[in-house]
Each structure stands twice: as structure tokens, then as C-alpha cells.
Design a protein around this ligand. Sequence first.
Ligand code: COA
Length: 254
Amino acid sequence: MTEILIHQDAGVMTLTINRVDKKNSITAAMYAAMANALAAAAHDAAVKAVVIQGHETIFSAGNDIADFLKAPPTTQDTPVFRFLYGISAFAKPIVAAVCGPAVGVGTTLLLHCDLVYAGDNAAFSMPFVNLGLCPEAASSLLVPQLLGYHRAAEALLLGEPFSAETALEMGLVNRIVPPSEASALAHQQARKLASKPLSSVMETKRLMKKSSASAVTERIGYESASFGRMLQEPAAKEAFTAFMQKRKPDFVNL
Ligand code: COA
């Protein structure tokens, strides 16, 4: 599918989110394509590292809101949750290049990448509360671990956006570069990883994640049950309808 471009070269599989006219928001079909690509990469001995990138002006505006309104994902086997389980348990290294806005899952998927290179125009946000929703991708577990509770509360309870510099200081990003250089740097690092013994890279990743792996999987399950339920409640319906109608949501009576 052309909204997720899949390219493979020199041991590196690249997934490019390619729906710029809709700010790289991700539909169920795009989640399915990414989940399938990761599943294929896991079993393909020729793939030793994965790069995830968007466009120089936009990484991703998160879930496609129209899609969520039409067909809210309510079960664990839906493409969005298949993707989240897949990326969180992916055993080979993942490198991300992030430029422009990274909203919702655009930010939370980075928690499951091993290296993250950001353009200086990157802007991160997890505005789930502002949408009548709750965190996903185990961000309710991993963001407090990364930032400490109070800074996590600013990011997740207030849904406040933060810059590439703040993300670097938080430890969510490895390095900031001009947007035109982010993809090349991510690929350079992925090729470096691909040149190392795969079994050693995978075992090192597995050991680094050992203490959190089952907690992450369990949290994705809890979150997705809540997220699926909340998607069908009045606050989320109001937030999504307001976005489509290009107006501010009104939560006063909700
Ligand atoms: N789902 C569906 N469509 C989206 C979208 C999303 N998450 N984000 C943007 N779009 C669409 C807009 O509806 C618009 O479509 P149109 O041209 O047919 O009207 C187009 O992409 C451009 O978006 P626009 O908001 O005009 O771009 P912008 O440059 O002013 O702002 C963002 C970019 C990313 C800051 C803004 O689009 C945004 O905040 N998006 C919503 C993000 C969000 O809440 N995601 C979480 C979902 S759980």
C-alpha cells in the first residue's frame, strides 16, 4: 500500500508513513500494513534493523480520527492493537526519524524504538485526555518511568506538547539534527546496527527490556480495553466530531 512505503536494503527495512495530505494520520489499513511488515521482518533473516520515518514536515498526526469515528477498534485483534503489540515486542532494533508534529501514537510508538533521531522541527504531544481518551502503547507505564510522575502528568494529564529540545532532555530522543538530515542519520545508524552480529544485538535488546517486557504487554492490554470503551463514549465522540467540524470541543456537560 502506498500510504505505508516499505523498502528493504542492506539489512534495513524502512517503513515510511506517506499520507502527508492528511498529516500522516494512520488508518486501520495503515496499522495493518505496519503490523504485517514488522511480523514479516521478525521472520526474515535478511532484515537486521527497521527504520520508521514520516516526512520532513510531519511524522504523524496519530490515529485517523475519521476512521476511529467510523469503526472504533474495540478488540485486541484490531490493526491498531496488533501494531502496538507487534512494535512493543519486536526483537530486532528499530530506529526512528521524527520531523514535524508527532501526535498521540506518533509520540508513543517512539517509546518502543531503540534509537530516535529528531529534526529540530519535531513537536511531540500525547493529547489523549483532550480527546476524551486515555493513554495507549503502554505510555501510561513508560512515560512516568521515563520522566518521573509529575512531568509525565504534564504530558499525559494536560496533554501539553513539547519540543525536540525537551524530548532530548527527557531522554526520548537521541539527537537533534536539521530535518533534511534526520532520515539519513537514522539509516546510517540502522546500517551500523545491521553490520553487527544480529544474535548479539537481539540478545542485548532482550536483556535491556527483560524487566519491563511482560509489564508492557500487560499494560497495552489494560489500556486498549479502556481506550476501546472510551472511544465510544460521549467525550471522545464530541472531541472527534469537533475536530472534523474544525471547531473547539465542548466538554461542559460531559
Ligand atoms: N485524523 C484524520 N485527519 C487528520 C488528522 C487526524 N488525526 N490530523 C490531520 N488531519 C487532516 C485534517 O482533517 C485536514 O484534512 P482536510 O485538508 O481534508 O481538511 C488535513 O489533515 C490537514 O490538517 P490540518 O489540521 O489542517 O493541518 P495543520 O498543519 O494545521 O495541523 C496537526 C497539523 C497535526 C497539528 C493537526 O492536524 C492536528 O492536531 N491533528 C489532530 C491530531 C490528533 O488529535 N491526533 C490524535 C488522534 S488519537
